[in-house]
Structure formats: C-alpha cells, structure tokens
Design a protein around this ligand. Structure first.
Ligand code: B12
Ligand code: SF4
Length: 554
C-alpha cells in the first residue's frame, strides 16, 4: 500500500446520492434556476481542509454528476460518509473503492452513530473530524492499514479551519453551506443533535466567519449562504456579536450574500436579534415546530415551544422579512383524533409554505430510542438501512417502534394532513398569507448575469405553473394579489410557488407509499403488527420505491 502521507497522494472525496424522494431534494426547482442540487457537501469540504494539505483532492458529488469508475482508478484513497439517509450509498462507495483496490476512510454522523454498519471501511473516523482526523493522520505515519478513531472530546470551534470551498463548482448548487456553531441548549427527546454535538453550543469567532465569507467572496461566489447550524441562536449573546461583524463586512461590498439558517422558535421573542438578522439580509429560517399540541410537546421535552402561539411567532418573524420553513411530526404517544385538524389549522393560519411533515422516527442514540427500548417497543433493526434496501428521510419512513395510537390511524392522519396542506388551493393560500405579512429588506442585489438568469428562470416558471391546468389560475391570482398589495414580497412569493412543483410530486409519492403501508397493516391486523411485519413491508417495497422514483420524480 502507498504511504498515505506522501506528497501527491490522490484523495477522492465522494458525496453519495440523496434520494429523489426526499423533501429536501428539489431538483425540479434547481433545473429551473440552472443548478443541479440544493446544498453543498460541507462535511467533505471540511474533511479536505483537515487532511494533509500536500495531498491532491478531487471532490465528486453524486448528486450533481455520475460517479465514474475512472475517478476510483485515479485515487490512492477514498473518503466518504454522511447521514443515515445516505447509508446505502456510502456502503456501495466502499465496495466500488475496494474493487479498485483503494482504501476507504469513512466518517460523518451515521458512521458515528452506528459504526458497526460500516465495518467494511478501512479507516473509521468517528465523531467530529476536527478531533479524530488528526488521530488518523498520526496513524498514517505509523503505516497502519486500518483503524477506528474515536474520542469523547468535542471540537474547539475557535480552532476550526476554513473548509475547502475551492473543491466544488458553485454553479451546481442553489446555496453554499457554512457553519457557525454546533450543539443546542434544548433537550428534545427525539433529537440526536444533542447526543452528537452536546447541549452547550460551541461557536466560531466572528473573525473566523468573516474569513470564510471572504474566502467565498474571493472565489467569486455571490448569493445564498446557509448557516447549517443546529440552532443558530443557541447562544444568543454570541450571535449578537457575530451579526454586526457580518454587517460591517458586507456593507462596503454591497451585500454580496443573503442568508438562511435553522433556529428555535424563541427567535420570535427577540426583536433586537431579528432586526440584526434583517440588517444582514437573512431571508429564511427553518424552525422545528413539530406539533402545536402542548401535552405532546411536554411529553417530548420540547419545552421551549409549549404555550407559544405558533401563528403569532411566525408572523413576527415574517414581519422582519424572514420566511419561516418548519418541521412537523406525527406519531407521538399522546396524540388523539383531533391531532390532524389541529396541525392543519396551525400550518394554514401561520402560512408556513414549506412544511416538512414526517412521522416520528427513533434515530439511533437518542433519549427516545433508549426509552422505547426500555419499554420494549423499539424495532431494533428499524434504524439501520443495510437490511432494508430503501433510503430514508423523515417523510418516507418512521414509526420504527410499537406506536401508542393504532398505527393505521397515525398513517391516515399523516395522509390527511399531507393531502390538505399540499392541495394547490391551500398551498397558494399560504403563499398569499406569508407574502402579505412579509416585510422584506433585500440587500443582496444580483449582478447583471445573475439577473438575466433569474429573469429566464422566472419566465420558465410562469410557463410551467402559470399555464398549467392545476396551478395556472392560482398562480396568477397570487401573483397579482401580492403585486398590488405588497410588491416587495413578490420575488419570495414566486419562489414559494416554484417550490410547490417539488412538493406536489413529493407529497403524492409519500401518500401513495403510505397507502400501501396502511393496506399492509390492515392485511396483518393492527393487533398482529410487530417488528417482523414492519421489516417485511419495507423489504417488499424496495423495488416499488425504486420504480416509483424513476417513474414519478424524474
Ligand atoms: C445542513 C443539514 C442538512 C441540509 C443539507 C444537507 C446536504 N448537504 O444535503 C438538509 C436540510 C438538506 C438536510 C437534510 C436532511 N438531514 Co440533515 N443536517 C444538516 C446539519 C444541520 C448540518 C450538516 C453540516 O453541513 N454540518 C457541518 C459539517 C462540517 O459537519 P458534518 O457534515 O457532520 O462533518 C463533520 C463530521 O461529521 C466529520 N465527517 C463528515 N463526513 C466525513 C467523512 C469522512 C471520511 C471523515 C473522516 C469525517 C467526516 O467531519 C466533519 C468535520 O467535523 C446536520 C446537523 C449537524 N450539526 O451536522 C443535520 C443532519 C446531518 N441531518 C440529519 C438528517 C437525519 C437529515 C435528513 C435525513 C432528515 C432531516 N432531518 O430532514 C435529511 C435528508 C437529506 C436529503 N437531502 O435527503 C441528521 C443525521 C443523523 C444521522 N444519524 O445520520 C443530522 C445530524 C441532524 C438531525 N438530527 O436531524 N440536512
Ligand atoms: S431545538 Fe432542535 S436541535 Fe435543539 S434539541 Fe430540540 S430538536 Fe434538537
């Protein structure tokens, strides 16, 4: 084997493909704006920055180009990794690399949560790369041909390196991710963030973030930057130090970037913070609302959301020009027959267009998984994919445990809510609701080339949805309502209309799949339902899902 510390070692970093079933994989919208995939492979760009810099790197993202054999033939070593939903892809990359006699280094959130699944990797690098990659490199010096590198230490974000943004082509993506902090102070039972990254948020300094922005700027990138933090406002004091620095850097450059992030709902309680975010052009925030029901929130320890008027909170955030996208979950023990209606009312009243509804999924190594295991309700195999040949995200699977309510009732409610909220009439109502409350203060102005591209995308969109039997009338009604009543919000409203192209297809796919599951449960009888039936269903659906993916979403 080649000494991997040599100059010129060729390192292939591979981002495996995400499923086209995913709520997040809005490739149709990407096509309209001339991109190939929404989000950049930030984990691998960071890994490249942590590995020996005398290496030669090539980063291939299977979401934007086919993974060719010649890439593996070129490489001396392959790095891959990622999340649960990429498990099958990661395993197949390991196999392909081995066919080319190439050693493989694997890391990332899923290998860290369940290293047993990845025993075929040569080097397993667990936890935060900032801590464990140096251990790996030290081992290369000893000539080790394999190893497992783990540590309970958490990375000091103040020493984090700038990711190798130069390894990707920006034009392939809608947004570029950067990370300010890791960890979240809250304690939601189903969450694995707090297990993986802890409850004390660790943040980079303002200078580090400015350096990352400057790097992107120097590489010629302009436009949308997503702060991929678990909870951007996990430490409000820190973030209030960062935002003025970002403003000071952005202003003289004419605001080359606008931003989005993920935050907890208590963002709505802090107008000062909202104003600071508005001042640097934050346009979207993803919030985990999960459910509007207080007793369910208490059960799942999401205390920060209890007794909050969701629609008031969302309106407040919209009034600062920031659009709220949100996650909702169905399948908690204390739900009842009114759960679906309550959820629909919450989503419609607050005007959340991008509502990601999933069924409760017990992720490996969470408080929820441990409780369900103690109660003898967990489907132990249900959280690894290698035996169930399907790919997962929270909308395509879940309920990997014996449920509190009858499973088919939960799934019927799931379908009911999805059908309602992604009915075109109801979705467009939400666009108008959002647009009329939105007070945008867009500071980033696209250059001439981007403006031309945006104009082209707008015309494409008008053709696609404005002259379409289902959405045509709704689109123009929305367009002129917003144009006359709140023209500043028109661009955002049109973007939300574009997203519906994806949601309409994706929700139909999920509904069809869930109907099959209900039929299966009915056949076996609710009382006979147990882990083996759950496994059998997913096994039997592998080919169907693959056919559906090719047929419906492509
Ligand atoms: C941004 C983000 C997204 C974005 C973009 C992701 C993308 N690139 O496509 C979106 C919104 C699309 C997304 C979606 C999903 N996500 Co997500 N996401 C995140 C988030 C918040 C940040 C990811 C990130 O960029 N981090 C910054 C980089 C630097 O960290 P990193 O990737 O972990 O890499 C570090 C280490 O893991 C390690 N490492 C990573 N890869 C490798 C490889 C090698 C070889 C080595 C040595 C080391 C290594 O080194 C890096 C430096 O420390 C994380 C939470 C988190 N804090 O990481 C969740 C997270 C990764 N997502 C998760 C999940 C489950 C999902 C979904 C499946 C469901 C969902 N929550 O919606 C979907 C499916 C995705 C899809 N496209 O189909 C889980 C994964 C859990 C698990 N055990 O696998 C996480 C941890 C959060 C959570 N609990 O929900 N996600
Ligand atoms: S607020 Fe979000 S990140 Fe924080 S513990 Fe809850 S689910 Fe996890």
């Amino acid at each position: 084997m080649k000494n991997l510390l040599e100059n010129g070692t060729r390192c292939l970093l591979v981002q495996s493909k995400f499923s086209t079933f995913s709520f997040w994989n809005y490739v149709d919208v990407c096509k309209i704006v001339g991109a190939k995939y929404p989000a950049t492979p930030l984990g691998l760009m960071t890994v490249a920055g942590l590995l020996p810099q005398q290496w030669e790197f090539k980063l291939v993202d299977a979401n934007v180009e086919p993974l060719q054999d010649e890439y593996f033939a070129w490489a001396d070593v392959v790095c891959t990794g990622g999340m649960l939903s990429q498990q099958l892809g990661i395993l197949s990359i390991i196999d392909r690399a081995h066919q080319s006699n190439c050693p493989v280094i694997v890391g990332g959130p899923d290998p860290s949560s369940q290293p047993d699944v990845y025993q075929s990797a040569d080097y397993l690098v667990l936890g935060e790369g900032e801590v464990t990659i140096p251990m790996l490199v030290e081992d290369f010096a000893k000539g080790s041909a394999s190893g497992v590198y783990a540590s309970h230490d958490r990375a000091d974000m103040k020493k984090a390196i700038v990711p190798r943004f130069d390894l990707i082509e920006f034009k392939n993506y809608i947004q570029v991710g950067i990370q300010y902090s890791r960890g979240c102070p809250f304690n939601c039972e189903f969450c694995d963030i707090i297990e993986l990254y802890g409850r004390v948020p660790r943040a980079k300094t303002s200078d580090q973030i400015i350096q990352e922005l400057q790097t992107l700027y120097d590489l010629g990138y302009r436009g949308h930057i997503d702060f991929v933090d678990d909870n951007f406002i996990g430490n409000k004091k820190d973030v209030k130090g960062l935002l003025p620095a970002v403003r000071e850097w952005s202003q003289p450059k004419g605001y080359p970037f606008y931003f989005s992030t993920e935050a907890s709902i208590n963002l709505a309680d802090d107008e000062n913070l909202l104003q600071m975010m508005r001042d640097v052009d934050f346009r979207f925030v993803f919030i985990g609302i999960e459910t509007p029901e207080n007793d369910v929130l208490s059960l799942t320890s999401k205390k920060q959301n209890v007794n909050k008027s969701v629609s008031e909170a969302i309106r407040k955030i919209h009034s600062f020009g920031i659009i709220v996208n949100a996650g909702f979950i169905i399948g908690f023990d204390t739900e009842n027959d009114r759960t679906a209606e309550t959820m629909i009312t919450c989503i419609q009243d607050s005007g959340i267009c991008m509502a990601m509804l999933g069924t409760l999924y017990a992720l490996p190594n969470t408080q929820l998984t441990r409780r369900l295991k103690r109660e003898g309700r967990l489907f132990e195999e249900g959280s690894t994919l290698k035996d169930i040949r399907v790919e997962i995200d929270q909308t395509t699977s879940g309920l990997n445990f014996m449920t509190g309510r009858p499973r088919s009732n939960i799934l019927k409610d799931f379908i009911y809510v999805l059908t309602y909220i992604y009915n075109p009439v109801h979705y467009y109502k939400r666009i108008i609701n959002t647009a009329l409350h939105l007070r945008p203060s867009n500071k980033y102005k696209p250059g001439l080339r981007k403006l031309f591209k945006t104009g082209k995308a707008f015309l494409k969109l008008c053709r696609k949805v404005g002259f379409n039997r289902t959405t045509g009338w709704l689109y123009w009604k929305m367009f002129f309502t917003v144009l006359f009543k709140n023209p500043g919000a028109l661009e955002s409203a049109v973007n939300l209309a574009a997203m519906f192209i994806h949601f309409q297809k994706q929700s139909k796919f999920i509904i069809d799949l869930t109907l099959m599951e209900i039929e299966y449960i009915t056949r076996f009888g609710e009382e006979n339902y147990q882990e083996s039936v759950f496994q059998e269903f997913w096994h039997s659906k592998t080919n169907t899902m693959q056919d559906m993916e090719v047929g419906k979403l492509r």
